[in-house]
Design a protein around this ligand. Structure first.
Ligand SMILES: C[S@@+](CC[C@H](N)C(=O)[O-])C[C@H]1O[C@@H](n2cnc3c(N)ncnc32)[C@H](O)[C@@H]1O
Length: 479
C-alpha cells in the first residue's frame, strides 16, 4: 500500500521548525510523523508540547516516544484528530487521487477526507497532501501556524489553483520557499516547496529559494528582487510551467538496461540527448529502466538480481547514499517515475539550444529537465524555442569547460516569457503553426519567425544577433 512514505532530511526539518514564530509551551502537531524527524527537532529546539500521529503501525512502533513528559504520540489516522493547535508541521503523504481508494483498509476513504474538510471546496482530483493541508488549517486556532513541505506540482494546475484559493480564504501564506536539491532521504523524484501559513491573518507572501547542497547545507535566497524586475506581460517561466530534473537512479549500471528476463518493472526511458534528433522525441532510441515502487511484488529473478547488486554496492562502497540505505536495511532500489513532461531539455549545450517536444511521452534521465504546464504544448514550445529565450540562456548559463554551457534548474525557472494568457488568440494560432513546422522540418527559419512574432511582447529587437555574438564568444576559445 502506498502511504506516501518519504522522509525529510534533518537539516530541512530543523529549518522548518525555526520558521515557527509561536513560542513557549505552544501545542504543535505533526499529523504523520513517520520516523519522527519533526518530533525530534521540535523536542530539541523548542519548548512546545508536541503531538504526533502516524497511521503506519510499523513506523509508529519503530519510533517510540523520546520524551513522555511533553510528547504525545498516537497510532492512528490524522483525519480522526480533533482539537485546536497553535502549530502544525508536516511532510504530508503524496498519494494521487487515483490511488486513494487503496487506503480504504486503513479506514481512509475519499468520503472521510471530504467530510473532514467539510467547509472547503476541494476538487475530486485532489492529491492526499491537499486534504492534509486543508484539514490542518481547520485544526489550527486563529493565529495558529502551519509549516509544510510538499510537492510543488500544484502551483501550475487548476486543481492546485482551487486548493490555493481555499487556503487563502482562511489566512495567508507568509513564506513560500521553492526548494532546489534533495530535501528528502534517498533522493525521491519530487520538486518541493516549503510553505508557512498563518490562520485568520492577511499579509504579503515572501518568496524565497532554498538550495540544498550535496553536503546538505541550506542556501536561502530572496527572490523578491527577481519578481520586481519583471515588467509588462513578461513572467518567469516557473510561474507558468513546472520544471524538474529527469529521473536519477543513483547507480545507472544497476538500473538502466538490467540483464533481466522479468519485464514487469521495466519502463522505457530516454537516456541521452544523442538518442533523439530534431525538436521531437518521435523515433528516439530509448533504454529500459528498472523502476520498482514500494507496493510492487518482486519476482525471484529480481530479488536475486537486487541482492547481488546490493553486494556489489557494499563491496565497492559506492554510491554512498545507496550503500547507507543497504547498511541500514532500508529499501534502496525504489524509483518513482514521475508523470512525463510536455517538453524536455538537455541542459549541457554546445551548439544549439533546443527544447524538444515530448510527443512520445518519454520518461527521461537526469541529464534532461522536464517542463510541463497547463498550456498547449506547441504554444509552450514556441515560448521556449526563440532567440529571446536562447539569448537569456546564454547569459544565465555557466561555462562547463570546452565551450560547453550548463543551465541549472534555477536558470530555466528564471527565463522571462510572455504570459500565455496575454498572447492574442491570432498570435497563439500562428505560434502553434510555426512550431508544428519547426518540429516537422527542424528548419531554423521557423525560429526566426517565432522570434519576430514575439518581438511586440518583449518590446525590443536585435536579439538574434546578440545571441549569436554571445554564443560565438563562448565557443571562440575552444575552436
Ligand atoms: C511523506 S511521509 C513523512 C514522514 C515524516 N513526517 C518525515 O517528514 O520524514 C508521510 C507519512 O504519513 C503517514 N500517513 C499516511 N497517511 C496517514 C494518515 N491518514 N494519518 C496519519 N499518517 C499518515 C505515512 O505512513 C508516512 O509515514
Amino acid at each position: 500500500m502506498n502511504l506516501g512514505q518519504v522522509y525529510t532530511k534533518q537539516t530541512v526539518a530543523d529549518f522548518m521548525v525555526r520558521l515557527f514564530t509561536i513560542t513557549g509551551k505552544a501545542c504543535v502537531l505533526d499529523p504523520c510523523f513517520g520516523r519522527g524527524v519533526f518530533v525530534n527537532s521540535l523536542l530539541a529546539n523548542t519548548e512546545f508540547v508536541v503531538y504526533g500521529v502516524e497511521i503506519d503501525e510499523v513506523s509508529y512502533a519503530a519510533f517510540g516516544n523520546p520524551d513522555e513528559t511533553r510528547c504525545h504520540l498516537k497510532n492512528g489516522d490524522f483525519f480522526d484528530v480533533e482539537g485546536a493547535f497553535d502549530g502544525i508541521i508536516m511532510n504530508p503523504p503524496y498519494v494521487r487521487q487515483e490511488e486513494l481508494e487503496k487506503l480504504a483498509p486503513l479506514g481512509v476513504t475519499k468520503q472521510k477526507l471530504q467530510s473532514a474538510c467539510w467547509i472547503m471546496n476541494i476538487s475530486s482530483k485532489a492529491n492526499l497532501y491537499m486534504y492534509f493541508i486543508l484539514r490542518a488549517i481547520l485544526l489550527l486556532r486563529e493565529g495558529g501556524e502551519l509549516i509544510a513541505i510538499f510537492p510543488n506540482s500544484w502551483t501550475n494546475t487548476s486543481v492546485g489553483k482551487q486548493f490555493c484559493e481555499q487556503m487563502k480564504l482562511h489566512g495567508y501564506i507568509t513564506d513560500f520557499i521553492n526548494v532546489e536539491g534533495e530535501a528528502f532521504e534517498g533522493s525521491p523524484m519530487v520538486d518541493v516547496c516549503i510553505l508557512k501559513f498563518i490562520k485568520g491573518m492577511r499579509g504579503e507572501t515572501r518568496y524565497q529559494t532554498m538550495r540544498i547542497t550535496q553536503d546538505d547545507s541550506l542556501l536561502i535566497e530572496d527572490v523578491r528582487h527577481l519578481k520586481n524586475e519583471i515588467s509588462g506581460n513578461l513572467v518567469r517561466l516557473r510561474s507558468v510551467a513546472s520544471i524538474r530534473r529527469g529521473i536519477t537512479t543513483g547507480a545507472n549500471k544497476f538500473f538502466v538496461n538490467p540483464p533481466l528476463f522479468t519485464q514487469t518493472h521495466l519502463v522505457s526511458i530516454l537516456s541521452s540527448p544523442k538518442d533523439c534528433t530534431g525538436y521531437t522525441t518521435k523515433h528516439c532510441r530509448q533504454d529500459k529502466l528498472l523502476a520498482i515502487k514500494s507496493s510492487d511484488i518482486l519476482s525471484e529473478e529480481e530479488e536475486i538480481y537486487l541482492g547481488n547488486s546490493a553486494k556489489v554496492i557494499l563491496k565497492e562502497g559506492k554510491p554512498l547514499t545507496l550503500k547507507t540505505l543497504i547498511n541500514e536495511d532500508q529499501p534502496w532500489y525504489y524509483i518513482t517515475v514521475p508523470e512525463t513532461a510536455q517538453i524536455v531539455f538537455s541542459y549541457i549545450v554546445r551548439n544549439n539550444l533546443k527544447f524538444v517536444l515530448n510527443v512520445e511521452n518519454c520518461n527521461v534521465r537526469d541529464n534532461f529537465y522536464m517542463i510541463s504546464s497547463r498550456y498547449n504544448s506547441l504554444l509552450l514550445m514556441a515560448l521556449l524555442n526563440n532567440y529571446y529565450v536562447y539569448r537569456q540562456l546564454e547569459d544565465l548559463g555557466k561555462s562547463y569547460g570546452k565551450g560547453l554551457l550548463k543551465l541549472q534548474k534555477y536558470d530555466i525557472d528564471d527565463i522571462k516569457v510572455p504570459h500565455p494568457e496575454t498572447i492574442q488568440e491570432e498570435d497563439k494560432v500562428k505560434l502553434v503553426q510555426l512550431t508544428e513546422e519547426l518540429v516537422k522540418s527542424s528548419d531554423e527559419c521557423h525560429i526566426d519567425a517565432i522570434t519576430n512574432l514575439l518581438a511586440s511582447y518583449y518590446g525590443y529587437s536585435g536579439v538574434k544577433e546578440q545571441y549569436f555574438e554571445l554564443k560565438s564568444k563562448r565557443l571562440a576559445h575552444y575552436e
